[in-house]
Design a protein around this ligand. Structure first.
Ligand code: HAX
Length: 425
């Protein structure tokens, strides 16, 4: 048995007991009320989900198991996976054990490569990724055991098995998508002696500044790994998983949400915007030129990508992590200089406009500039990189949800008529 599974086996009974006690002893207590505004406004702020992997505070951002994300940026992504699942960082032996678990599960079945070959050449990479993740479900151990008759207590174990299989394969299929879709040459096979994040970086085929590139990709994988469970992708995966669909179906459904421009696709949109500005001015514009340009965009009713957030009300610490990286490592890169400039200008413009509740940059405002610097210039690919990282959090949430024995998700909807009658009482 892997050390991770052994650790979880020792923790799950207690977790289950805590959840059972909450239901038994406090089941009828109220923790949140729902206003009409919330019903009409995407359920913003309604406390109705349980998620232990991470929490997001509106005035401090992402905290993973009690540790602020800025304190985790130098950790390995697989160590953060362990942290999300168990609540503790692994020791060296545990970290190595998880690494070799993942390395032993990287082989991708042949039918996946046939599917990759069959896509029309201009298919969006997210379309490819979510299809290939669903297709990997052919090998789901959970589905196989469930069909044979699996006790509910053991659901989490096979969900963990599927999760580790899927997480191990994500960088392999994601890098293959990159190589194939953008004509980069042969697919690069993983190196068994590299850690998970560096392996992904290696398989993309970047050839220069490898140490820096590996470090950047590890950090990228850490900062994008989770954002509690109410965001579109995690929530979708949770709902699908609650029907006992396997992890492959659940993650691919979540990735379909991540592919939306208001969510994960925003990183593509951000760099597109930066490149458009550079192209328009033929250089990094002066502050006033940029201010006028951005204001015109807002006046046209368009959003400034990378700014605003449904939950946060401060600068996203994940943006801060990328900004600090850029300042230290690539301060003179044109794209990065634009990131810094936009940060100086956009918040004031959004405050002046008075619409956005959060005028500050989110995670997507800076990462594209960093990827671009190291040669990943195909912006349509950026959300795939986000997805590889987010698989860590979404899979962890699914494992813990099964460990808690959560039931199928089924909130109640009401009709517009009902709502009108109810408020006029
Ligand atoms: N530029 C211009 N207007 C903005 C804005 C921005 N960056 N952010 C919000 N607004 C506007 C909204 O469009 C909305 O306008 P209307 O009332 O005319 O519809 C108004 O401000 C109120 O919106 P909000 O309540 O502040 O924001 P929401 O919670 O509805 O939406 C979004 C949050 C992130 C979707 C939003 O801020 C946005 O569209 N930002 C730009 C796209 C982006 O960066 N998305 C990535 C988010 C991070 C993420 O999930 N990554 O995966």
């Amino acid at each position: 048995m892997s050390m991770l599974k052994a650790k979880l086996s020792s923790q799950v009974p207690d977790l289950r007991e805590r959840v059972r006690n909450l239901g038994k002893n406090h089941g009828t207590k109220t923790i949140s009320q729902v206003t009409v505004e919330q019903v009409l406004g995407g359920m913003r702020g309604v406390k109705s989900l349980i998620c232990d992997t991470s929490e997001v505070g509106l005035d401090y951002g992402l905290v993973i198991r009690g540790i602020p994300i800025l304190k985790l940026t130098e950790k390995l992504p697989e160590d953060v996976l362990w942290l999300m699942l168990t609540g503790e960082l692994p020791n060296e032996k545990e970290s190595k054990d998880l690494q070799s678990e993942l390395n032993s599960r990287m082989d991708v079945p042949e039918h996946i490569w046939n599917i990759l070959d069959a896509f029309p050449a201009d298919t969006h990479p997210m379309n490819m990724l979510s299809s290939m993740v669903t297709a990997l479900g052919y090998g789901s151990k959970f589905k196989h055991e469930y069909e044979k008759g699996l006790k509910k207590d053991l659901y989490w174990e096979y969900t963990l098995e599927d999760s580790l299989d899927l997480i191990a394969k994500m960088p392999v299929i994601a890098s293959a998508i990159y190589r194939k879709r953008f004509g980069k040459g042969d697919i690069i096979k993983p190196k068994k002696d590299l850690d998970w994040g560096a392996n992904y970086a290696y398989m993309l085929g970047v050839e220069e500044n490898l140490d820096e590139w590996y470090r950047l990709m590890r950090m990228y994988m850490v900062i994008h790994c989770d954002h509690e469970s109410g965001n579109v992708s995690a929530f979708t995966s949770h709902v699908v998983g609650s029907a006992l669909s396997d992890v492959y179906y659940s993650l691919s459904a979540g990735l379909a949400g991540l592919a939306g421009p208001l969510h994960g696709l925003a990183n593509q949109e951000c760099l597109k915007f930066i490149l458009e500005v550079l192209n328009h001015f033929g250089k990094v514009p002066g502050d006033e030129e940029l201010r006028v340009y951005a204001k015109e965009r807002l006046d046209k009713g368009l959003v400034i990508p990378g700014y605003g957030h449904a939950v946060l009300r401060v600068t996203d610490p994940r943006f801060t992590a990328s900004l600090e990286w850029g300042k230290k490592v690539i301060p003179n890169d044109d794209r990065f200089m634009m990131v810094e400039k936009l940060f100086r200008i956009v918040p004031d413009l959004l405050i002046e406009q008075g619409k956005a509740k959060d005028p500050w940059p989110n995670v997507d405002a800076a990462t594209g500039a960093l990827l671009y610097h190291y040669g990943i210039k195909e912006i349509e690919y950026y959300t795939v990189i986000f997805s590889v990282s987010r698989a860590l959090g979404i899979c962890s949430q699914l494992v813990l949800s099964r460990a808690m024995g959560e039931p199928i998700t089924r909130p109640k909807s009401v009709t517009t008529d009902w709502l009108e009658k109810e408020v006029s009482k």
